[in-house]
Design a protein around this ligand. Sequence first.
Ligand SMILES: [Zn+2]
Length: 398
Amino acid sequence: MRGEEVPAPGVGRSRKKAGYGLSAGRRQIRRLGLSFIPGLVWLGFLVLGYQLLSRHSDWAEVYSRYIRAWLIRPLVWLNSLLPFSLTELLLLPAALILLCLLLRLLFSWLAPAGRRVIRALRSLRALYILLIIAMSLYLLFHGYNFLRQPLSESLDLPVQAQSSQTLYDVCVLLEQHAAALREQLPEDQDGVFALDTSETQAQLFKRANLGYEAAAQTISILSGPTVLAKGVWLSHWWSYTGTTGMFMPLLAEANVNTDVQPDEELFTILHEMAHVHGIAREDEANFVAFLTGIDHPDPDFQYAAYLSALIHGSNSLYKYDKDLWQQLWEQIPDSLQRDIQARNVYWDQFEGPVQTQTQKTNDSFLKANRQESGIHSYGQMIDLVISYYQKQGVIDLG
Ligand SMILES: [Zn+2]
């Protein structure tokens, strides 16, 4: 009597268990599947928001000025308490977590058949939640800002085609301002503009806010919380990618390459702060850096603003009228030429495939965000500078 016909108690239980397990498994899969729905609804809401704002730039303007400006405040405040770059600190752990989640998803297919789908769904859900958080923060803090009214409209600075002569006149004006300021600034042993060595990086980043406070007196959209830009430890290595700064929308953090020439660093601080203040387009962030630089009470920031605008203007002039460019270059004083040359020498050492590839990626990113001219939009800030001086009555209407 082996009892083959009589199921052993354990077998019976296991069959029952298997049946119970199957329906419980199905219920679990169903529950996991349903847990994806709120995220999908939220994503739909975000996409709908993007579609609506892309059709109504005035709505996007209201969102940026009155909703986003307050949403981002707690993050900006939290960031101002930390003197180091959170972006840099969290980048590696974030990449590792992402890699672990991807591996978990991959290995879930090695689990027993009954658990395979559940494990895969759980891994997928973790990735899905991270993606939704990242997408939400990106769109709410940066992506929607690309849909705002152009600054030329909101600041009433119409941009129009200009003659080379007008561009030349503006360059001369910028050069005169820069040259006058340069005389009072410190130099290094090579005669190149240097920062005040008694000031720490943290003090410098804090001082940058004075430019925004001054500019906000007349341009209300530049008012906002105190922003603490951050120097990046890996700045020198960033230069291999041609990156002078980076706004991290997920943390509302302005990151700055501190290895570049000092005048470029000062201008970059103001540029990255413009992104925190809700100015997303690159040419407009450059223009805001110019405005907040020339309104800054200290000559070093002012000089950085005039010199950077002059470099942009001079590059445009070179493209359209080489004779006028030559004429301009001949009157630029030696001190300014040394500073411009120092920038060129600095960047020459980093030229290579990494920089080319990063520039291409940046170009694609900008085009994806409706900046059709890609990286060339950096130079368009000069059109706004021309319009600004025309409105001031400093130069003739072209
Ligand atoms: Zn930027």
